[in-house]
Design a protein around this ligand. Structure first.
Ligand SMILES: Nc1ncnc2c1ncn2[C@@H]1O[C@H](COP(=O)(O)OP(=O)(O)OP(=O)(O)O)[C@@H](O)[C@H]1O
Ligand SMILES: [Mg+2]
Length: 390
């Protein structure tokens, strides 16, 4: 249950005090003093408008009347309070906060949906538990974990499971989108994103394609990504220090960890290699992908061996199983396409025939699914992990 602290109370008191001074100066005919204090009142009202969006317009209207007073007659130096700028900024903030909110996605993935990857699963679970428990001040949960590895190995899935298992707010961020959509404003977006994530804790911020932040180092776009990077790094440095029982975990994922520099790596002391699945993981992924169907006749060990030989990722295994499923459907539902003439409402009343999944279905599937990875690629990950992984 969230507790809301009313920040407007001290501001209102401050305003009352300033307003009294303003009225007194006016009564005494001290116009210059009154103008100065009018600007103080105006600024407090702007702060109040920021703190209480429901009464924003009332506060801004009042602020404007003080500003008009301060602007009347010869111009006073401090009378340039940016009410219109503030209004613009509010709009901009609303827009950015709106975009930050649009990055929130609902995750229904749970730890059970992930085969293998036990070390990283346990590490993330520990982080979550530590964040929740009462603990001495010096013990802080991990703030950021870097997940690196070949495509399709379950990095996104891990982040989704972390969020899904906790029912946490899940921010799914692609750096390239942030940079292109809010070019120039990207740093503000990162700030807005973390502000929203802090408000909606427990939160998991998943930053995908993390390496793309370092790709364009030259020119204007390089400048923008450097700024985004430094904002992001300072968010990683700063948050979670105040309230120790909240969770804001940043999971960053990359397929090109070698593009990340020292500054980034130092903020991610935990760099976890998400490799291609080992035989046990292959078997688990096949079982997950074929859940609910009869697979008793399959020799899972043999299938897993072939997956390993073919350098399959979890995603490749997913495609493999989908191919096998398609074969099963064709075998048990001949001329299925002919039903396409039926009205959809009629289709909804009928049931698809399913049968056991047999090894035969996998033969053509193995031919169709090809891993894009070469042994050289895999070796590069292995070496980087040896040097920089944890
Ligand atoms: N360990 C796993 N357990 C179960 N399914 C997996 C696993 N790894 C991959 N998959 C399957 O592969 C799909 C792709 O995985 P995911 O999107 O998490 O990969 P990724 O590592 O984020 O890839 P990329 O680097 O391309 O973004 C998942 O939706 C899932 O079906
Ligand atoms: Mg991914």
């Amino acid at each position: 249950m969230a507790i809301t602290i009313d920040l407007t109370i001290p501001l209102k008191r401050e305003f009352e005090k300033a307003n009294k001074q303003f009225e007194e100066a006016k009564a005494k005919g001290e116009t210059e003093e009154a103008k100065k204090v009018a600007m103080v009142c105006c600024n407090i009202l702007i702060q109040l408008a920021k703190s209480d969006p429901n009464k924003k317009l009332n506060y801004l209207e009042a602020a404007r009347s003080y500003k008009n007073f301060a602007d009347s007659g010869p111009k006073h130096e401090s009378s340039t309070a940016p009410i219109s700028n503030f209004e613009q900024t509010r709009e901009e903030q609303k827009d950015l906060a709106g975009y930050a909110e649009s990055l929130i996605s609902k995750s229904t993935v749970t730890w059970k949906d992930i085969g293998g990857l036990d070390t990283v699963k346990v590490r993330i679970m520990e982080t979550i538990v530590i964040a929740g428990l009462k603990k001495p001040l010096v013990i802080k949960p991990d703030k950021g974990i870097l997940l690196f590895g070949p495509p399709g190995t379950g990095k996104t899935l891990l982040a989704a499971a972390a969020a899904g298992s906790l029912n946490a707010t899940f921010f799914n961020v692609k750096i390239s989108n942030v940079l292109s959509k809010y070019f120039g404003e990207s740093t503000k977006l990162i700030t807005a994103l973390y502000e929203t994530a802090r408000k909606k804790q427990p939160s998991i911020v998943f930053i995908d394609e993390f390496d793309s932040i370092t790709l364009s180092r030259d020119g204007e776009s390089g400048d923008a990504s450097r700024k985004v990077l430094s904002t992001l790094l300072s968010e990683l440095d700063g948050f979670q220090d105040k309230k120790s029982d909240e969770l804001l975990l940043t999971l960053a994922a990359t397929n090109a960890p070698w593009d990340l520099d020292e500054a980034i790596l130092s903020r991610f002391p935990l760099r976890i290699y998400i490799p291609l699945p080992d035989p046990t993981t292959c078997r688990e992924i096949i079982k997950i992908q074929l859940k609910g169907l009869d697979i008793t006749s399959l020799n899972l060990d043999r299938l897993a061996d072939t997956c390993i030989k073919k350098n399959y990722s979890g995603r490749d295994i997913q495609f493999l199983c989908q191919e096998a499923l398609r074969s099963m459907i064709r075998v048990h539902n001949p001329d299925l396409y002919k039903k396409s003439e039926l009205p959809f409402e009629e289709l909804k009343k009928q049931t698809l025939n399913v049968g056991p999944i047999v090894t035969e279905y996998f033969q053509s599937a193995f031919e169709k699914v090809k891993s894009p990875l070469t042994p050289k690629d895999i070796e590069r990950f292995r070496k980087w992990n040896e040097e920089f992984g944890v």
